[in-house]
Design a protein around this ligand. Structure first.
Ligand SMILES: [Zn+2]
Length: 185
């Protein structure tokens, strides 16, 4: 009997020990759940930082080739309503970054390796013919017309400049430049 009682006690101790371990694991899981719960609260608090229906985008484009910046105001896309700033950033076209966020005003900017729409640019096409180009819509250089001059007609000192584009305020200034560079050759 005595031996049996001791065995039972030993078993009881082992069972109690297992219970303590189980309880400790449960508590630690509870603690993890508590942390998750707090994250949920944080997400709940940032509900205000979501794109509102009818929000506007204040877009600044920095034109790297001339150093000018252009600000334009554009309506946000209807399907953006309800997005957080991070979710919105993931959906923006390449190059755009959000610099300031309010639900009804999203401020963003982008750097582009172009001249801004204020200029007439002399630049060759793929054949070396020098053409007049302009950035009519703000996002790409568009050919306005050809000139009778090719890159090879220019003095060597000017060729590299024109190869990447030289900007003028008007078409007549661009023409005057070509006349000046090719006269006497
Ligand atoms: Zn410019």
């Amino acid at each position: 009997m005595r031996t049996k009682r001791i065995r039972i006690s030993a078993l009881a101790i082992i069972l109690v020990g297992l219970s303590v371990i189980t309880l400790a694991i449960t508590l630690s899981r509870g603690a993890q759940l508590g942390v998750e719960g707090e994250d949920g609260l944080t997400a709940g608090r940032s509900d205000a930082a979501r794109v509102a229906a009818g929000a506007v985008q204040l877009q600044t484009i920095h034109y790297q080739r001339c150093g000018h910046s252009v600000l334009r105001t554009v309506d946000s896309q209807p399907e953006w309503a309800g997005l957080t700033p991070d979710e919105l950033t993931a959906r923006l076209d390449m190059g755009w970054r959000v610099t300031d966020f309010a639900p009804d005003r999203i401020t963003m900017s982008k750097n582009v390796m172009l001249f801004c729409p204020q200029h007439y640019v002399l630049m060759p096409d793929e054949t070396g013919q020098i053409c007049v180009w302009t950035n009519r819509y703000g996002d790409g250089m568009e050919r306005v017309r050809d000139t009778s001059v090719t890159l090879a007609d220019l003095p060597e000192t000017q060729r590299e400049l024109v190869r990447v584009g030289v900007a003028f305020d008007s078409e007549s200034e661009a023409d005057a430049y070509l006349v000046e560079q090719t006269s006497g050759r």
